[in-house]
Design a binder for this molecule. Structure first.
Ligand code: ADP
Length: 505
């Protein structure tokens, strides 16, 4: 590989790793088997810590604790207001420990420290506040019955939730699942990704300090095919919320179907189109497109490891050449390096497997005849660093245009007409997001309504907001994170009917 950019200013010390065991029923405990696994620093490929390796027996213990806390404990029975107050306290503790939490995700996932500290972790605290505010506003409806009956609905917590999360946003994903589940009054077992277990254990510690009762929030670290699979097939878990690959989403749905028909929601892969029309300002369009694929200045992932990445960039023919020129120029100025350095734009990929997978796709792009405009190499002597990469002349049926790469690889495609680009943009098994760049209101309205995806970003990208539902169409899954839609994933509806005037029924 080529040289990684030399960097100087280190921002923070690596945090001390205090929590490496499973968190079950309010205590940190070893796995039943006594086994551990290594979590790796993607900057160097070296071991950060040995983490307790939970498996089926540990999931059983965690579910037992969660079941007891749900069936007999205070959490589902206390007032929503009281739950909200405890969640607010949890949020304050997250803010107070922002350096530790940002440091843990930076070292474990290779994410940039400053965006974690300034953006992602504070947003996690705020998401807990958002759902804390909803906890005392959960109510059903008075029904308009057709006969002499009084009917109303109750919204009740669904029970024990299994929350399986991926490594690309360890903190955000934790909060997207845990915050609405807590607000609803559920108890839960969280399985963080094996690549990034550190911050979830730290959140568990803070949850206990905040006063969340024992057994309500359990964290079992371990692998997908063991601990994860034990969650999806468990007979005593009422709901699974999963974010990850489409392939694993399918396994989870099968396991739910063949066990207890637990409710599920899935947030899966994507291959989102980013469409730039002729009237767009090229500078702005390039900024947005680079942002949509490689990184996000404000607060997101600096490695392209994001399921909504706008990785198919369609550029209208009138500005195509100018767009390509500027995109390449700006990408070459990217600084790839240590995520603790404030000058760096892009850190390492999360692990060796992901690193190799991205390099495979880059090779595939070259083989199938796409034009490699910049990047394509690894960089640095050690660690999992890859240059931001742009391919032009990408055809719709090439592998790099169809499959999710989950890395800093942009595929550029030229188009002529609106109808053509709508059809091509929709020609995917996925439907997570879509970006549109134009100043023509009628055009953006028309395209927004024609694209089959869960989120449309016009003249922006990654514009997440806690009140804005987020989730997929088609094989990108179903169910929404963020917003009150997320709360309803952890609730179920009960109808209560009584006769009016004591009339006999
Ligand atoms: P990625 O391909 O992005 O690593 P995965 O879908 O493999 O995403 O992983 C996302 C989460 O799902 C992780 O916590 C992982 O351990 C878990 N997981 C993987 N395989 C399974 C499985 N068969 N059943 C349940 N969970 C799984």
């Amino acid at each position: 590989g080529s040289e990684c950019n030399e960097t100087s200013e280190k921002l923070s010390k690596i945090p001390k790793i205090n929590f490496t065991k499973l968190f079950i029923n309010g205590d940190f405990v070893e796995a039943v088997s006594g086994k551990t696994f290594d979590t790796i620093d993607p900057r160097t490929g070296e071991v950060i810590a040995r983490i307790a390796e939970g498996d089926k027996e540990d999931i059983d213990l965690a579910v037992k604790a969660a079941r007891h806390a749900f069936d007999h404990g205070k959490w589902p029975r206390m007032s929503g207001f009281e739950r909200g107050r405890i969640m607010m306290k949890f949020a304050d503790l997250i803010d107070e420990h922002v350096d530790e939490l940002a440091g843990l995700d930076a070292i474990d996932a290779g994410k940039l420290f400053i965006p974690l500290k300034m953006g992602e972790i504070p947003a996690v605290a705020d998401l807990f506040r958002y759902f804390a505010g909803a906890a005392d506003k959960i109510h059903g409806e008075t029904l308009k019955m057709s006969r002499e009956l009084q009917g109303y609905t109750l919204l009740e917590p669904i029970g024990v939730a299994g929350l399986i999360i991926p490594w690309n946003f360890p903190s955000t994903m934790f909060s997207l699942k845990v915050a609405p589940a807590l607000a609803a009054g559920c108890t839960m077992v969280v399985k963080p990704a094996e690549q990034t277990p550190l911050s979830a254990l730290y959140y568990a510690h803070l949850a206990k300090l905040a006063g969340i009762p024992d057994g309500v929030l359990n964290v079992v670290t371990g692998f997908g095919h063991t601990a994860g699979a034990a969650i999806s097939s468990h007979m005593d878990i009422d709901k699974v919320s999963f974010t990850g690959s489409t392939e694993v989403g399918r396994l989870i749905m099968q396991a739910a179907a063949t066990s207890n028909l637990k409710h599920i929601s899935l947030e899966l892969g994507g291959k989102s189109p980013f469409i730039i029309f002729d009237d767009a300002d090229v500078n702005t369009a390039v900024d947005l497109a680079l942002n949509a694929v490689f990184y996000n200045k404000a607060k997101n992932n600096p490695t392209g490891e994001i399921c909504v990445a706008g990785s198919r960039v369609f550029v209208q023919e009138g500005i195509y050449d100018e767009f390509v020129k500027q995109a390449v120029k700006r990408t070459k100025a990217w600084i790839v390096g240590d995520p603790f350095d404030s000058h760096v734009h892009q850190g390492p990929q999360v692990d060796k497997k992901q690193f190799e997978r991205i390099l495979y796709y880059i090779e595939q792009g070259k083989k199938e005849g796409a034009t490699l405009l910049t990047g394509g190499n690894t960089c640095g002597e050690k660690g999992y660093y890859i240059e931001p990469t742009i391919f032009a002349d990408v055809k719709d049926d090439m592998v790099i245009a169809k499959e999710e790469i989950f890395g800093p690889v942009m595929s550029l495609m030229k188009f002529k007409t609106v109808d053509e680009v709508i059809e091509r943009a929709n020609n995917t098994i996925y439907g997570l997001a879509c970006g549109i760049v134009t100043n023509d209101l009628n055009l953006s309205n028309r395209v927004s309504r024609s694209i089959r995806a869960g989120v449309i970003w016009i003249n922006c990208y990654f514009a997440f907001d806690r009140d804005c539902p987020y989730g997929g169409y088609k094989m990108s899954g179903f169910g929404r994170d963020n917003g009150l839609h997320a709360l309803h994933k952890y609730l179920q509806v009960k109808s209560v009917v009584t006769p009016i005037y004591n009339s006999p029924w």
